[in-house]
Design a protein around this ligand. Structure first.
Ligand code: SF4
Length: 315
């Protein structure tokens, strides 16, 4: 596992003409900050570390550019082409043999492959491993939010939809992304965790039942807060304003960090999330009241049917 080559990073910082930088890390990588900061300082570069939470390239600490020349954003692939932002994706290695558990679950000979940012560098090795077992893996370009063929994000499953296969292999950890792939594409999805080796066929049905129950619970709400993120790559102002027109009991609420305490303080009896889709889907248990996706609110308001249920994406 390597985060970054310091000499190479110094050269690229100098290549942008910067003498001072802000370092921004997702929480899982923040512990690397002290070592990287001192290496850069030794190279004569002045450093500030952003200590705020960061979950994706959608959340750039651009306000720090008032004090430093360049923002170095670690752990994610580019979402913008700004000259004053340098992206340092974090690519992780693993032994492709760890994916063996997926082999008996795969039904076809030609299968689509998708993975998350940190495993995107392993795509040639994964493809070679499955080729050796008689399975051809195909990848497709994603949308503007992804940088690599076969890369998916929790807000973009374009690479899964576009790939010319009816079955998809997801390589990565957790249930959130493979479930999103299954619901966004309707394809058969096999998920395999490259660290535990666990493999399974993804079933989105239970998730859908939970979401439908939540929509029914939300029918009791008398006020709706439409959450509008102020983060650089999450702000969907037009969507939030459109959703607010669907109910005369709805109001747009702009927030940077969406927290259970913040929602409780605001006092709405239901919220609609136009920020990172993961908030509504994965964090519901933390919230005191229903937090619906935009599509779920449309169902509640009668402008979309249950049959037209769709996973929320920012493609
Ligand atoms: S919006 Fe959410 S899923 Fe998309 S890049 Fe940001 S943190 Fe990741």
């Amino acid at each position: 596992m390597s985060l970054t080559d310091i000499d190479d990073l110094v050269a690229r910082i100098r290549g942008r003409g910067a003498r001072s930088v802000t370092l921004q890390f997702p929480d899982g990588l923040k512990r690397r900050a002290p070592a990287i900061a001192s290496a850069l300082r030794e190279a004569g570069i002045s450093v500030i570390i952003s200590g705020d939470p960061c979950y994706g390239a959608c959340d750039l600490a651009l306000d720090m550019l008032r004090w430093t020349d360049l923002l170095v954003h670690f752990g994610h692939t580019p979402l913008s082409t700004r000259e004053d932002v340098l992206y340092e994706p974090f690519l992780m290695d693993f032994d492709p043999e760890r994916l063996a558990g997926a082999l008996p679950l795969i039904g076809g000979k030609t299968v689509g492959l998708v993975t998350t940012t940190q495993h995107s560098g392993m795509i040639p090795a994964i493809t070679g491993y499955f080729e050796g077992h008689g399975i051809t893996l195909l990848t497709a370009e994603g949308g503007p939010r992804t940088a690599f063929c076969g890369q998916v994000l929790g807000c973009s499953y374009v690479a899964a939809r576009q790939v010319a296969a009816h079955e998809i292999l997801f390589v990565g950890t957790g249930l959130f992304h493979p479930r999103g792939v299954q619901l966004a594409t309707g394809k058969r999805v096999v998920a395999v965790d490259p660290y535990t080796g666990e493999a399974s066929v993804v079933d989105g049905e239970r998730f859908l039942r939970r979401r439908f129950a939540l929509i029914e619970r939300a029918r009791e709400a008398d006020t709706f807060g439409i959450l509008l993120s102020t983060k650089t790559g999450q702000a969907r102002h037009d969507l939030a304003e459109r959703l607010a027109t669907l109910s005369d009991r709805a109001a747009v609420v702009a927030m940077r960090e969406v927290s259970p305490e913040g929602l409780l303080d605001l006092g709405f009896s239901c919220y609609v999330n136009t920020a990172c889709p993961r908030l509504a889907y994965d964090d519901q248990v933390r919230f005191p009241v229903p937090v619906l996706s935009p599509q779920e609110f449309e169902i509640l308001c009668g402008v979309r049917s249950f049959d037209e249920y769709a996973i929320d994406e920012m493609t």
